[in-house]
Design a protein around this ligand. Structure first.
Ligand code: PEP
Length: 241
């Protein structure tokens, strides 16, 4: 059986002290999954040094859609690789909502990651109104459409995965049902190909992780709030075994 991927998204939370503490606690645990932690960008270098030589992978929460150059405030894919990142989350619904990211900019960001050999975790998800209106699959299909251009240029399942994150489930304590998750993951695999990994994100906690991770179409989980608690995040990782 393939190992599941567990990705923690710390969002704009934490401090040097908190990050050292959570990473040290995680490093002491046995984690039977491929585990990554996406820390805020000012702490990437510090976290990278702490994780060096361990099996825990370092990730970013965003990347510039541009290469190095005159883009004040941006962080390029090459810089992320320089500080030890293996992957970056792109197209998170919070970035689409608050920073006007589009499917096109998400595709450009994935292209920049692939150019420097980093792995992309591409987030997609529908609003509650879209789900209630029967438009969830159409929304996801449209968000995935641009990826086909990169897939045609060699973006294989080794280079990126998709995180299905229904917007109504993020940070609400209301995870999607197992049936909703299974249906959408199977749909995404039909759109992209069965070998592309699909993670689920949206109110994953220690209490529901085992049931979600047991679904055959679920290749892992993207965890927000619960990933800042080393004990709970460790339990989620162990639920993958
Ligand atoms: C997320 O931010 O990607 C997320 C899934 O958050 P939470 O687990 O807190 O719902």
């Amino acid at each position: 059986m393939k190992r599941k991927h567990i990705v923690g998204n710390w969002k704009m939370n934490g401090s040097a002290v908190v990050i050292d503490d959570v990473l040290d606690q995680l490093l002491k645990q046995t984690l039977p999954a491929d585990v990554s932690v996406c820390v805020p960008s000012p702490y990437l270098q510090r976290a990278g040094e702490r994780l060096a030589g361990s099996s825990l992978r370092l990730g970013a929460q965003n990347v510039s859609e541009h290469g190095d150059g005159a883009y004040t405030g941006e962080v390029s894919a090459r810089m992320l690789r320089d500080v030890g990142c293996h992957l970056a989350i792109i197209g998170h619904s919070e970035r689409r909502r608050y920073f006007a990211e589009t499917d096109e900019s998400v595709m450009n960001k994935l292209a920049r990651l692939l150019e420097v050999g980093l792995f992309g975790v591409v987030c997609v998800g529908e609003t509650l109104a879209e789900r209630d209106g029967g438009r969830a699959e159409a929304k996801i299909e449209s968000q995935l459409a641009q990826l086909h251009t990169l897939m045609a240029r060699g973006a294989t399942p080794k280079r990126f995965c998709v995180a299905y994150e229904p917007i109504w489930a993020i940070g609400t304590g209301r995870a999607a049902s197992l049936e909703q998750i299974a249906q959408m993951h199977e749909f995404i695999k039909r759109c992209l190909g069965a070998s592309y990994a699909v993670l689920y994100g949206g109110s994953v906690k220690a209490v529901n992780a085992a049931d979600i991770l047991a679904l055959s179409a679920v290749d892992g989980v993207l965890v927000g709030g619960a990933s800042l608690d080393a004990k709970e995040f460790g339990e989620i990782c162990r639920a993958a075994s």
